[in-house]
Design a protein around this ligand. Sequence first.
Ligand code: RB5
Length: 146
Amino acid sequence: MKLSIGSDHAGYDLKKEIISFLQSKGHDVIDYGVKSPESVDYPDFALTVADSVATKKYELGILICGTGTGMAITANKVRGIRAANCLTSEMAELARSHNNANVLCMGARLIDSENAKAITEKFIATNFEAGRHELRVLKIHSLTGL
Ligand code: RB5
């Protein structure tokens, strides 16, 4: 799968681990930064990754900051983006199957790397169920237009 990933300084180390993990599974991953652990502003990276998914350059995006919250708030400002901040694999599975989430956000200060890998794997492996969930997702997008 073609994936884009980004983080701020708080997510820098975990991002590196997730990139290696994804590459070891054969995924094509573009790293939009940050490229060093120096302090940066998370919205800059959230917007780049969200845009890359909204424009269909990449199928899914991954964003990592300290809590995942700032990344999710920012990414969800981009039209066509459904970003979900996930703390467990179950949240990741349901974010895909029910909400058709297309950007996964994680908080490096809240979860360990093994959990983050499990969350990432589940997010990527799960498809949208559509059916009764389709209209609900369309209702979200009718707020701003898809
Ligand atoms: C950076 O200190 C922290 O605020 C950021 O990584 C993130 O958690 C914001 O939501």
